[in-house]
Write a protein that binds this ligand. Structure first.
Ligand SMILES: Cc1cc2nc3c(=O)[nH]c(=O)nc-3n(C[C@H](O)[C@H](O)[C@H](O)COP(=O)(O)OP(=O)(O)OC[C@H]3O[C@@H](n4cnc5c(N)ncnc54)[C@H](O)[C@@H]3O)c2cc1C
Length: 222
């Protein structure tokens, strides 16, 4: 899995802090912006985050490039409706060379099961290519490709949605692949906007666990 932070809003914490201050100030935007110090930005952001005034976090967004993740991950990721996605198409892209598949560790560590998995993928790939050669359009040949097929995605989320995404997907109860991707994304944004994301991560970090079946383990930063 490859996860990269491609772009993000310039000066994200000051942008959110300006939006927050504007709500409660008689001053103009330039004046508000000029008066900010690092300490004031932190104090204001801590206050809006703890009070739930989270709409001000929507003014900044982060764009990630992700490669080498499965279509199984994609199905979960795209349930997040406030995010924007661009996904490598299986309709327009013909996979004529070696097709990349994701292998879960549970299968990887069992020689016998791994062999069956690889045999299945080899047959699937062969059938897919046979369909292409027979003139079947890629949009139909792809029906034989499994959830294990790797994909490439560009994801953009605003900071509010990212915090929500991290709460759900960095949780130990989330599926391993999307959890790994979410934790890597969290590490990136923490570096660029440490105040905005200081308490981001699974819900248990802030107010205990909401899961019906808690993992029972304290969350460990990756
Ligand atoms: C551990 C785990 C297990 C899961 N298992 C399943 C499963 O078995 N089956 C399944 O179908 N899904 C499953 N999901 C997916 C889950 O139900 C959500 O679809 C997914 O997590 C996206 O969450 P969301 O809707 O809160 O997020 P987003 O779509 O990112 O939305 C963010 C927030 O915006 C608000 N919002 C967005 N759209 C609307 C709307 N139309 N109306 C009102 N408010 C809105 C909500 O407050 C929402 O929380 C699972 C998720 C997790 C984390």
């Amino acid at each position: 899995m490859k996860v990269k932070l491609l772009k993000f809003t310039h000066d994200p914490e000051k942008t959110c802090a300006t939006a927050a201050r504007l709500c409660y100030s008689a001053s103009g935007i330039d004046e508000i912006s000029e008066k900010f110090t690092e300490e004031k930005i932190k104090a204001l952001l801590d206050k809006v985050i703890s009070s739930g005034h989270h709409s001000v976090l929507e003014h900044v967004s982060f764009t990630f490039g992700v490669e080498g993740v499965s279509r199984a991950l994609l199905a979960q990721l795209t349930r997040h409706r406030i995010a924007s996605f661009s996904v490598q198409s299986q309709r327009y892209v013909k996979f004529e060379n070696d097709i990349e598949f994701i292998i879960p560790q549970t299968i990887q560590k069992d020689e016998n099961l791994l062999k069956k998995y690889n045999d299945f993928l080899k047959n699937t790939e062969k059938l897919y290519k046979e369909y292409l050669e027979a003139g079947i359009p890629a949009e139909d040949a792809r029906y034989v490709l499994p959830n294990a097929s790797a994909t490439k995605i560009i994801i953009t989320m605003n900071a509010r949605e990212l915090r929500h995404f991290f709460a759900l997907r960095c949780c130990n109860r989330a599926q391993w692949e999307i959890r790994e991707m979410a934790c890597r994304m969290l590490n990136f944004v923490k570096k660029e906007a440490p105040v905005l994301f200081s308490d981001a991560g699974p819900d248990c970090l802030r107010h205990g666990c909401n899961e019906s079946f808690p993992c029972g383990a304290p969350w460990k930063k990756k």
